[in-house]
Design a binder for this molecule. Structure first.
Ligand code: IMP
Length: 427
């Protein structure tokens, strides 16, 4: 069966944009299944450098159909400005299909996300402020507005009136914010409906037909396993399911369709936003990694927290998703950093453990490291395994062993061709 999932194995920002752009060469369909414009996927190819937030990173290959599934929350303004940006630079995005079942990030979701974060004070999650949490909340509480509702103008005013009454009560009474006017929100919705209509297609049928016809479907993850609302470091997580289960629900496909599940990992660890991160480096090495790799958020510009590779967390992700292979990115960032360290266990309350615990316990964990000599030579831009320095080969081999999945691809730079392919992720 021909669906292949590519899933973040850490706290997001593993380099999924670059990798999906690379792998989409062999895909007929590329489908996003969760998250929204909290994601920031950087792609550098022969058409230039692009920052994508909602549009699947397969869009640069003319043979692909790109899909935004029902599990994604869509801010239509963000999507339209992304599409306009692509169009201006000569990228044809007319092959994009958006599910009518996807929920809309409404203006009040963005306002509430920011107001709620402020009210959390010291307990803030560090959300991207894009309205993600409030939109998924409304989806679960059956107050959400779906893209189908925008297009079918008949039921929208009544539903929105009800929803706005509730939201305005919260915004003004709870947070002292400014209320939303029904007529204004309806006018915005009408504009969005007109802009979205050409892209709205029954994507579950598109996917079912592609899978039946034996076409390759690439399931593009957003965020990472450790930000999963169920399996991540709750409450310091996003509000969706970046894990493989999210792909099934977020696109409406059968688990039987998935032939390969590939985890993407950086050669070290980063995290943006609050929450425990046992291997965080608050010293010069952390700063060096941040500067060298420009570890600042694609969406918010925030500095990312940087640290050593956490193999306990990596193995947890691999087990949870059942990774059949792994992709390692940004290996070149570690060039010349000696020695390197890998966290292989935690000390928790005086005991050693190789299990990934729940959030409060994770915050009490200190990492147990093994040391690696590293390497002196540059690996930047290398495309063949045999050209990697022996120290880098040994480091990669050790990570594969600890993750528990063979490394299929190594990324040695941000450009599409700066890639070592050891095995096919999509045959
Ligand atoms: P939200 O998804 O905006 O609600 O943010 C919740 C948490 O997930 C925050 O810690 C964010 O920094 C983090 N987060 C959300 N999207 C991404 C991403 O694409 N990469 C890395 N972290 C993310």
């Amino acid at each position: 069966m021909p669906a292949y999932a590519v899933i973040g194995g850490q706290w997001g920002d593993e380099g999924k944009g670059k990798v999906v752009d690379y792998l989409a060469r062999n895909a007929h369909v590329v489908a996003r299944y969760s998250g929204g414009n909290n994601a920031g996927h950087t792609v550098i190819n022969d058409q230039g450098e692009f920052k994508l937030h909602l549009v699947p990173a397969g869009i640069f290959w003319p043979h692909t159909t790109c899909v935004i599934g029902n599990g994604v929350v869509v801010d239509p303004s963000a999507l339209m400005s992304e599409l306009a940006g692509l169009r201006e630079r000569g990228v044809d995005a007319s092959r994009l299909q958006v599910s009518p079942r996807a929920h809309v990030i409404m203006p009040y979701h963005v306002a509430l996300d920011q107001l709620e974060e402020k009210a959390r004070g010291a307990g803030a999650i560090g959300t991207t402020g894009r309205g993600i949490g409030p939109a998924y909340m409304d989806k679960a509480s059956r107050l959400g507005i779906r893209i189908a509702d925008l297009l079918d103008g008949a039921t929208l005013p009544g539903r929105l009136e009800n929803v706005l009454r509730q939201k305005n009560r919260l915004i003004t009474g709870g947070y002292g914010g400014k209320p939303f006017e029904l007529e204004e929100v309806l006018a915005t919705c009408a504009t969005w409906a007109g802009q979205l209509r050409p892209y709205v297609k029954p994507v579950d049928e598109t996917l079912a037909t592609a899978l039946t016809d034996g076409k390759s479907v690439l399931l593009e993850g957003a965020q990472g396993t450790l930000l999963d609302v169920d399996h991540g470091t709750y409450p310091y997580v996003t509000s969706s399911s970046p894990t493989v289960g999210g792909a099934i629900i977020g696109l409406g496909i059968s688990p039987k369709a998935i032939a390969g599940i590939t985890g993407i990992y950086k050669a070290y660890t980063t995290r943006v936003g609050a929450g425990p991160m046992p291997t965080e480096l608050t010293n010069g090495i952390g700063d060096l990694i941040r500067q060298r790799a420009w570890e600042y958020g694609t969406t918010t510009g925030r500095a990312r927290r940087c640290g050593w590779f956490d193999a306990v967390a990596a193995r947890y992700s691999a087990t949870l998703n059942g990774f059949t292979s792994a992709i390692l990115t940004r290996l070149d960032v570690l060039d010349g950093i000696k020695p390197l360290r890998i966290c292989t266990a935690y000390e928790l309350d005086g005991k050693r453990t190789a299990s990934f615990p729940d959030t409060d316990e994770l915050a009490r964990c200190t990492p147990v490291y093994e040391e690696h000599p590293g390497w002196d030579q540059s690996t930047a831009g290398l495309t063949r395994w045999q050209d990697l320095p022996k120290g880098a080969q040994r480091y990669v081999d050790r990570l594969a062993e600890l993750i528990g999945a063979p490394i299929a691809v190594i990324s040695t730079g941000p450009k599409r061709e700066e890639t070592i392919e050891l095995a096919k992720v999509i045959p």
